[in-house]
Structure formats: structure tokens, C-alpha cells
Design a protein around this ligand. Sequence first.
Ligand code: FAD
Length: 460
Amino acid sequence: MSKLESVETLVIGSGPGGYAAALRSSQLGMKTAIVERSHLGGVCTHVGCIPSKALIAEAHRYDLLRQWNKATAASFEHAQAFKQGIVNKQADGVSYLLKTAGVSILEGEASLVDEHTAIIKSTGREQTISFKYAILATGSRPTELQAFPFGGRILSSTEALLLPEIPTSLVIIGGGYIGVELGQMYAKFGTKVTILEGGGQVLSGFEADLAAPVVKQLKADGINIVSGATAEKMVQDADTITLHYSKNQEQHHVTAAYALVTIGRKANTDGSLGLERIGLPVTSRGLIDTDEQCRTAIPHIFAIGDITAGPALAHKASYEAKIAAEAIAGQAAKVDYKAIPLVVFSDPELASVGLSETEAEAKTIPVITGKSSFAINGRALALQAAEGFVKIVADPTSGIVIGAQIVGVEASTLISELALAIEMGATVEDLAMTIHPHPTLGEVIMEAAENTVRKMMMKR
Ligand code: FAD
């Protein structure tokens, strides 16, 4: 066992939370080390955001080629190689940034032994490190269903991104954003996809009119969506898996080459991390409670990202990373969650930031809303993607923007303008009077704002 000199900040986990925290900590002048048991960059870089978006982009291109009768059998091999190239570039980028910032990178699994010491174990090696502050950023893993344990023909999102060839058929348990993104991606590659969703609609976190254009396209892509379905048991053989499910008290089954389980993610707060040894409690969902500076119940230990409450998203993790590092450096930083964008990289894309009208109603917050559609937007028409709309949710008196939702082409990019509006306390008049270049998709935001202003004026 070797003893490493102590550091001021020890970051455990190198996903978008961990590496952003280590970078910020080092930039703020603190001696910083980061520990990673698997690959630098975490889930997002290796088996999450980046590979899924690379394959989704390839699926769109493949779909176009197929429509023009130009797709070849080798295309999926090319897609996987393309994806891996991007993953490698991103992972190299993380390593480069950490090294140039002077962060020590420690390979191995960290276990906390007391409030100021961790042991880092890797094959045949063990080292102890003492720290003044720690930032826990150990992320999450796919949730397993007892009746459908991962392995064989039952995939988690991780294996679903690594298949060597396009599966002939795929049944997905869970119609949240990961199930929809991966399901539509494979459908565009030609897989026959079935989504079994327990609730009333897929993408249940979004208002029904927002999800509708996505559902319409999922069906157009040949996806069979079965809502109100409960997967109960399965039979596997060498080439197929048959899932038995119930719907309206009736039994049904579906046979496919693989089953993909996307029912959520479980925080990596158990196992050898050793939270119980230092007396740090977790909630019933395995999450760590934190204050507005991402500080846990042990004041010099911070927690960020998927192991804390809130949406399990990369940009939420890296936002919290900056707050935690700045808090350690003695700054007055604190989290403000009013403008975390949520994006589904479906076709068409879905994005939301701040409050929806439904959420505002549930909280009895009075709002005024305005909408505008992509249907007559010149740029959207040129892109042959005129489906969808922008909806703005604002305070009815001041016009301050408190939420926005977009379904349509490039919603993932467009939503940032509305996140900035919320962050800056901008009004719908500000958005309506901002000169948007023509012809662009952003003009739909301006028009939705103009419509909101008009409604406000009519109410006065
Ligand atoms: P993680 O990225 O999970 O990283 C944690 C790291 O800690 C891991 O590398 C792990 O090996 C390491 N670790 C754990 N325990 C230890 C230990 N004891 N010692 C050392 N190392 C340890 N989010 C988005 O914002 N946009 C998207 O488009 C998006 N798409 C996704 C698609 C898929 C298929 C999936 C699965 C997820 C997607 N996400 C997306 C979610 C996003 O990946 C996560 O929210 C994000 O990675 C969480 O970051 P994190 O830093 O909390 O942890």
C-alpha cells in the first residue's frame, strides 16, 4: 500500500459532474485529485449522452439513405465506428483538460474509510489518500427489474449502444426519454420496435400536446407503442426473447431478438463507496441530500450529479460541480434550479425549461401562455421539418418568462435562448423585440413571445 500526499479536494467519479468539479477546484487554486474506477468521462461520455447522440445522428443519415435506396449492410458497422471515434475524442478531451489543469488522476475504486481518508483500489494496487474536502460524483447505473435481469437477450442502455449489428426486432420496457431515443434510433435503422409503457403515454413527463408530434413520428417510424402495459415474465431461447405482459387485465406477449429495459437509473451510493462507514445517510431512493451549496450532512463532503435529487442529466451535474467547487473555495455560490433544460433527442426533438403550464397550475401559480408553430416558418419548411411549436409560459402581470416548451426541429438548441431568458428575468416583450435573423427557426420563439404579449394586452 502506498501513501499519497494529501489533497485539498478529492473528487470521486469522473463523469460530467466529477471532471467539471475537479477542473473548477484546480482553477480556483486547490490541490485536486480525481478518482475513476472505469473510464474518464463517466456514463455521459462512454455509455450515455455522447454515444447515444452519435448513433441517433447516424440513424437519421441511414434513414435518409434508405429512403433513397442507398443504405448498405455495412452502414451499421460504420455507425458504430463513427460513434466510438467521437467517444474516444471526448474522453481524450477530458483527460487533456484535467492534466493541463494540474489535476492528479487516480485510477481505481475509491472507498471512504473515514471522514478525511479514502482508499483507492485497482488491480494489484492500493493507495490511501487524505483530503480536506471531498466531492462525491459517483453517478448512476441502469435499474434492473428482478423478473428481467440484465444478460443474455436482456439489455440495459449500455449494451443497447454496443450491438454489433442492427437487431431485427427489439421490445423496450419503459417509454421514458432513454427508451424513446434508443427505440426510435433502432427503428430508423430498420429494427421492428415495440415499446411497453406502464403509464398512459410515453414521455409522460411532458404535456400531451407536446409529446403528440413525437408519438406521431414514432408510429410513422413503425414503432408499436403499447401503453398501460405491465411486463410480467419472459422466455428466452438462443435467438429470441418472448415477453409476456398484461394490459387491461388481459395477457399478451411479444417476441423479439432483444429486450431493452429502460425504467430509470440507480444511484451509485451503495457498495464499496463506504458512506455508512462515515455515517452519511442516503434517502429511500439511494440519493444523498444536499444543501444549496451541494454540501452533504458532513459539511466538508459535497455530492453532485445523479446521486443527488433532481433530473439525472449531465448539465445538471456539471452545474452543481461548479457550485460545489466554488463553495469549497469559500465563495457564496449556490444552486438555482429554475432553468434546467430537459431535452429528448427524438424526431422531432422535445425540450422544456422552467415551468410548464400544467406544473404552474398544480402550484396555483397564475400564468399566461403564447404559442407559435413551425408550420409556416421558412427555415423549417426548407428543412422539411415544419412539425411542432414553441410555447412560452410567463407571469401574466410582468410578462417575465418562467417556462417554455418546444417540440420540433433543433428544439435542443433553441431551448437555450429561453433558458437564458428565465435566468436573466427577461420578459416576453424582451424576446418579442429581440431581432432574430431571418429565415431561422428562432423566429418561432419571437412569434410565440409576440403572441403572449398580444394576449397580455388584450387582458389589460
Ligand atoms: P456519471 O456520468 O455516472 O459518472 C460517474 C463516474 O463515477 C463513473 O465513471 C463511475 O465509473 C465512477 N465511479 C462510481 N463509483 C466510483 C468509485 N467508488 N470510485 C471511483 N469511481 C467511481 N444526460 C444529458 O444531459 N443529456 C443526454 O442526452 C443524456 N443522454 C443519456 C443517454 C443514455 C443512454 C444514458 C444512460 C444517460 C444519458 N444522460 C443524458 C444522463 C447522463 O449521462 C448522466 O446524467 C450523467 O452522466 C451524470 O453524471 P455524473 O457525473 O453524476 O455521473
